[in-house]
Every structure is written in structure tokens, then in C-alpha cells.
Design a protein. Sequence first.
Length: 550
Amino acid sequence: MRKLRLLLCILSLQIGYSQNNVSEVKKLMTTAKVWGFLKYYHPNVANGSKQWDNQLIQILPQIEKSKTALEFSKIIENWVDSLGMVKEINIVPSKDVIYYDRNFDLSWIVQNELFSKDLSQKLKLIEVNRYQGVPYYVGNTEAGNIFLMNEKSIDFQWSNKSLRLLALFRYWNIIEYFYPYKYLMDKSWSKTLEDMLPNFLNVNNEDDFKLAMLKLVVRINDTHSSFYYTMSKNIGKMRKFLPMSCVILDQKMVVTEILSDTLAEHYDIKIGDVINKVDGKTIAQIIRDERPYISASNESAYVLNLVSEISSGYNDFIDLEFTRNKITTSKRVECFDYNISHSNEFKKSKKEKFYVLEDNIGYVNMGKLKISEVPLMIDKLRDTQAIILDSRNYPKGANFEISKFLNSSPKPFAKYTIPDLSYPGKFYWLQELSICGIENKNNYKGKVIILVNENSLSQSEWATMCFQTADNAKVIGSQTAGADGNTSHIDFVKDYDAPFSGIGVYYPDGKETQRIGIVPDIVVKRSISGIQQGKDEVLDRAIFYIKNDK
């Protein structure tokens, strides 16, 4: 009886496999995966000898006509067979290579309801005997992140469905095989392909395509990622900005800096003013509605990038609802192109790069200090009781020189994963760690405080990791942008660039920084009342810690 039931089950599966209609999205999902896999794995494709984009465009009509899994699988199998024989080779793994395999997943090859057993076996054979020559489509920089090679520039036309799918398939597979943090995405990359395909199929105009690409890029959850585009109605226009800087706190937008005294007086704008609505929408609504269109690794980076979007645009005016001293008013504030209009009115920061605060506490603005200025900084701050390294900005590469002064001995602070181009999808640990500091018995003996917040991005986070190795170091502030690693710029279609974090960056013990950011030892966040009172609450907390050791 058990054998009979098993036989009936197998027959039922076979009948379902051969007869059930398959959705267009499911067929295209699988086609995207097969096309990318063959592009980087098949010895007769990865060597660049095939017109691979053209082959995709030629096979898509066949895919569209297929109705059942059996028909679809046969089309794919014939395609694979047409590429020529795959010779069996003996790939001997290097004993020196240690893989970080959280990104790697080719399980779809053997766990696919659209594949026959024979097709799965043929694809598995290609993986085992994958291309081992000089990569044709991708290369590595000295740092390890990838760049594209030999991607044919296509005369992209948004109205051509096949070309839209080609653009999608190119980008999706680049991320699939060469993005180091794929495993950290909110949703699986395969699920994103399924979710995004309808956006690429149902395109009515060029802007629909641009928004589809933007939504796709945002799903990798990386503050480094972006998709550069301009909506059709804005082509030729200059982006304009509000005459003040803001932050979002407690689902409200707060003015933190006046960029023009004249404009602020004209519109009666003051630091600490709370903006409740922008163009009729509450800040809470905007936070909810804009999420699919803003790239960010975490919530702190999201609201930072969101402010940039909603405080600028291509219109001459933005309607704002302000609250000050419990009185709410509405204003239509004019926006300006800083490069042309009233540029002489906008104040430039004139803060010193380093100086001594009260109680003999040194302060360094890492966003302004140049490498050549480090000796002068050391001379001035050598005898202070503490040094505050303000990294709430983008530094200029001075961290190694500073570490020679701060550290008593060389210390590792970061290690990296880079993509293995001979086994796409796999990443391995670089053996060489980043080391900072030197043997220095006369190193700085005071406390070292590093200030961070959402403006601390990429090199700022990496430099903070370096400073954390200093004797008596503490990080004070709030969540950083969570995007570490050199940026890979991917011009996957002519005139379209979509960068992302290109190498994996970790602490020496393997702890992540991507998405998490640098975790402060003491968490301090800005508040609306603090801004209104003109306080720098993070700096104040650092000074309190220096004086009280708590």
C-alpha cells in the first residue's frame, strides 16, 4: 500500500510538472537566474565568446510562449545544450582561501519546480566545471571590489520590454554574485526579483522604468547604493534647495542651521523651528510613503537621506507648516539654486579644524583635518587631558597618522571579504588585516573620544574602527550610516549608474558594521529641545564623560 501511494504521488507530481500553467513572473524569474548563472559560470559563455545579451533577447519570445513547466524546462535545456560541451576539470581548492559563504546560494539549481531532473544535473555539472579563465565580464580593483568589463552599450529604449528585462537581469545578477552584503537584506534577493518583475513588465513611460529601477536598487538596503536619474518633466532643470538645514526627530523636521541670514529673516525662520508638514503631507506620512524610494542601510541613514529629498526639488517654492512656541503657521518658502542664485549670501563654515576647549580638552573636526596638518594638531593637543575626534562628517584620510600618536603599539582594526571571480557568488577573507598605530612608548595618555551619528558614513565608520583601537577610547553618539567598504560603480546600462558597497568590512573578530553601523559605547541622540536651546548634546555628553568618567 505504501509503495502504491508513493507511486501515485510521483505520478501526480509529474502530471503537475508537465501540465500546469506557469506564470510569466515565475518563468522570467528563473530565466534571469539561468541567464546570469550561465554568463558567469559556463566556460563557453563566461569567456565572452557568445553575444550573451542577444541570446537573452532571442530566447525571451520562446519563454513567453511556453505554458507548462515541461515546455519551459525543455527550452532552457536546449539553450544550455546549444552552448557546447562542458569539459570535466579538476578544480583544486586553495588551502589558503577561507570562504565566507553566507552570500552563496545556488540551491535553486536543484530545488526548482520548473526544472526537469536532467536540466538540474546539467546546470550542476556547469557549476562543478565552471569557467576558470580570465574573467571577461567583471574585474577586481586593487581593493577587491568589482568593476564591469565588456558590457555592450545598448541603445536602451524603455518601450522595448526585452531591453527592460535585460537591464533588470544585468543588475540583479551583479548583486546576486558580487554584492558582499546580500545576506543582510531585509528580503531575500530572489524575493525582490519576484516582487520587482511586474514593475518592469508594466511600464507606460520612461519614468515608470526609472522608478522601477530605483525601487529595485533601494531593496539592497545599502546607504552607498543609489540610482541616478531625472524624471522627464525635470530634465534640463536645476535642483533647488530650502535655505536651511534640517533633521528629522520624533517624526518632525527641525531646523538645525540657517544657510542665509537674509532669507531666514525674510521668511522668519529660526533654528529650532519645527516643521510639521511639507507640501501638505505630515512628516510621518512622508516617512511612510517615501521608504521604497530612499536607499539606506538603517533607519538613521533613511531619515537623513529623506531630509535631503524633501528639502529640495525642482519647484520654485515648497509649502511648509511650522510650529514655534506652540503657534503653528504656514509659509510658502522660496527655494534656490545655491550655485547661481544668492550664492554670496550662503554662509560657509569657518570652524577651526582643531583647538582646545575648556578644562584642557582637545577637539578635532575630522571632516576638515588634512593628513598634512596632523603634526600641527599633535603639537597643539599633546598635553590635553582628552581628545575628542568629531567624526560626524566625512574625514579626509588622517586616521592612520593620528593613530601613530594615539596607539602604544600596532593593532588590527578591520578585515575584509572580496568576491572570488573564479567561483561567482563566493567571498573569501583577505589574509591581510588593516593595522593602525606603531610602537610608541610616548603615545597619547589621555582619553580618546570619538563622536558619531547618522552623518558618519563609510570612511568615517572605517576611521572610527581604527580609532577604537586607541588606549582609553570611547565612542559616543548615535547609530551611524551602516555602509562600509569601497564603493563599486556599476554602469549596467548606458547613462545609468547604480553604485553599492563593494567589499565586506568587518572587525577583526568578524563582527559586522554594515547596516548596524558603529555601535556607540555611550548612546546620545539629539533632541528637539536641545536644538532649540543651541546645545550640542553629543559633545556635551563627551565632555561630561571626560570630567566624570561615566
